[in-house]
Design a protein around this ligand. Structure first.
Ligand code: NIG
Ligand code: FE
Length: 401
C-alpha cells in the first residue's frame, strides 16, 4: 500500500544540511520511505492514497535525544531560591536539587509517574518530536529505577513515538549510600544494571560525571559493565567543571557526551576521533544562567557532530518545547538554523545510534516527518515557542494532535 505525499518542499537533512528538494513528492510504503524526489521525476505508479501537503516544508521528525521526562513533583520553589542567589550546587549540597526529585519520584506510583510524564511528552510531540530518549535517574535503587524504566516503556506503548530508554542510575548518590559512592557504583554494576538489562528495560547507559556526582574513575567502572552487557554509553560531562569525562566517553566510544561547557581542546579532539556526538543543552545553560560556553569554534573546527536537546528535567531545564531549544541553540550558541535543525534530526539520531533508520528523509528510512506550514525551514528555529502549524507523520501514518 503506497501513499503519495505531494505538493511540498523537503529539507532531507542528508549530510547534516537542508539538502532541499523544492517542488517535491514522497512515496511511503507502510512505515518506510519508498521514494523521494522532485514531483517532476515521480515514477508512474498506483497509490492507495494521495495526500496534498499544500506547499508545506517537510523535515524529518524531530529527535529529542536527552530528556529526563519522567519524575515526581517539580522544583519551582528551588527556581525561586536560585533567583534569590542560591546556586544549583548549594541547593544540591543542602539536600535539595536532584535529591528532592528522588524523594518525590520514589513516593509516586507508576501510574502517577506515567500520567505526569505523558503530559510533558505530549507537549514535545505536538512540537514535532517523533523520537525521544528518556533517562531514569530519580529512583536510585533497583525498585525505583525499574519503576521509572517501566514508565518509559509505557510511554512508548501509549504515544506514537519512538522512545529510547537510558539507565541513569549513576545520576546522584542515594541517601542509603551516603559517603559510599564507590559502593553504590558497585551495586549498580553488580546488581541493578544487569537485572534491569535482563528485564529488557535498558537501551543505553548514562552517568553524571561531575564533582557533585561521580568521578571519572567511577564512571569508567560503570562503562566497563555497560560494555560487558553490550549496552551503548552516553555521559553527562563537563557541565559544571572540567573532569575529562568527555575524553573518557570518547575512549569508550560513547554515542554522545552531553552538556560540555567546560570541555577542553583535547576533549574535543578525542570526541572527533571517536565520532562521539556533542549534545548541547541550551535550556540548562539558560536556566542556570551559565556564562561559560561550550567551545563551539573548536567543535566546528574538529568536525564533531553537534546535537541539541531539551534536557527536559525539573531542576535545570523544565523545557516543554524543542523548537524553543533550537532558537536558543542559535541565539546562545550561534548555531545557524541549518546546524540547529541538523542538531535535532540527523545528529540527534547519531547520538542515539539510530542514524541508519532515522534523522534524514531518504529511501529506506522510517517515514517520520513533519509538514510545517512555513515559508522556509529557518522559520522552525525563528519563532519563540507557540504552536507552529504542522502535520505530524509517524511511521507513514498522519497522527492527530
Ligand atoms: O541534565 N546534570 C544532571 N542532570 C540533569 C539535572 C537533573 C536535575 O537537576 O534534576 C541535567 O541537567
Ligand atoms: Fe541531563
Amino acid at each position: 500500500m503506497k501513499k503519495l505525499w505531494k505538493n511540498c518542499h523537503i529539507a532531507t537533512m542528508q549530510n547534516g544540511q537542508y539538502s532541499s528538494i523544492e517542488h517535491a513528492a514522497m512515496v511511503t510504503s507502510g512505515q518506510h520511505i519508498h521514494w523521494i524526489g522532485t514531483f517532476e521525476d515521480l515514477p508512474a505508479d498506483a497509490y492507495s492514497e494521495t495526500i496534498d501537503l499544500n506547499g508545506a516544508w517537510v523535515t524529518p521528525g524531530l529527535i529529542d535525544c536527552h530528556t529526563h521526562s519522567v519524575f515526581g513533583g517539580n522544583r519551582s520553589v528551588e527556581f525561586e531560591k536560585r533567583l534569590q542567589g542560591v546556586s544549583y550546587a548549594e541547593i544540591a549540597a543542602s539536600g535539595g536539587g536532584i535529591a528532592s526529585t528522588v524523594r518525590a519520584t520514589r513516593e509516586a506510583s507508576e501510574q502517577e509517574l506515567l500520567a505526569s510524564a505523558l503530559k510533558r511528552v505530549r507537549c514535545l510531540l505536538k512540537d514535532g518530536v517523533t523520537t525521544i530518549e528518556i533517562k531514569s535517574g530519580y529512583g536510585l535503587d533497583y525498585a525505583n529505577e525499574r519503576k521509572m524504566l517501566r514508565v518509559i516503556r509505557q510511554i512508548a506503548d501509549t504515544l506514537p513515538m519512538t522512545v529510547r530508554s537510558t539507565c541513569l542510575a549513576a545520576h546522584a548518590l542515594p541517601p542509603e549510600y551516603k559517603d559510599q559512592s564507590d559502593a553504590y557504583i558497585e551495586h549498580i554494576c553488580n546488581e541493578m544494571l544487569p537485572k534491569l538489562h535482563q528485564e529488557g528495560l535498558v537501551d543505553a547507559v548514562d552517568a553524571f560525571c561531575e564533582y557533585l556526582a561521580f568521578s571519572p574513575a567511577q564512571v569508567e567502572r560503570l562503562f566497563k559493565t555497560a560494555q560487558s552487557l553490550n549496552l551503548p554509553i552516553k555521559l553527562h560531562a563537563e557541565q559544571l567543571s572540567a573532569l575529562g569525562g568527555s575524553s573518557l566517553a570518547a575512549r569508550y566510544h560513547a554515542l554522545s557526551a552531553d552538556h560540555l561547557e567546560f570541555m577542553t581542546e583535547d576533549d574535543v579532539k578525542a570526541m572527533a576521533a571517536a565520532g562521539t556526538v556533542a549534545v548541547l543543552l541550551p535550556g540548562a545553560f539558560y536556566f542556570l544562567r551559565e556564562t561559560k560556553y561550550p567551545p563551539l569554534d573548536s567543535l566546528h573546527q574538529h568536525g564533531v557532530r553537534i546535537a541539541l536537546s531539551s534536557d527536559l528535567n525539573p531542576g535545570t531545564s523544565p523545557a516543554l518545547s524543542l523548537r524553543l531549544m533550537m532558537n536558543m541553540g542559535s541565539t546562545l550558541f550561534r548555531l545557524t538554523p541549518e546546524q540547529t535543525l541538523a542538531g535535532v534530526t540527523i545528529h540527534a539520531a547519531y547520538a542515539l545510534g539510530l542514524q541508519e533508520t532515522h534523522g534524514t528523509l531518504e529511501t529506506g528510512k522510517v517515514a517520520d516527518f513533519i509538514a510545517w506550514d512555513i515559508e522556509h525551514p529557518s522559520e522552525i528555529v525563528y519563532w519563540l515557542g507557540g504552536d507552529l502549524p504542522k502535520r505530524i507523520i509517524q511511521h507513514g501514518q498522519e497522527i492527530s494532535i
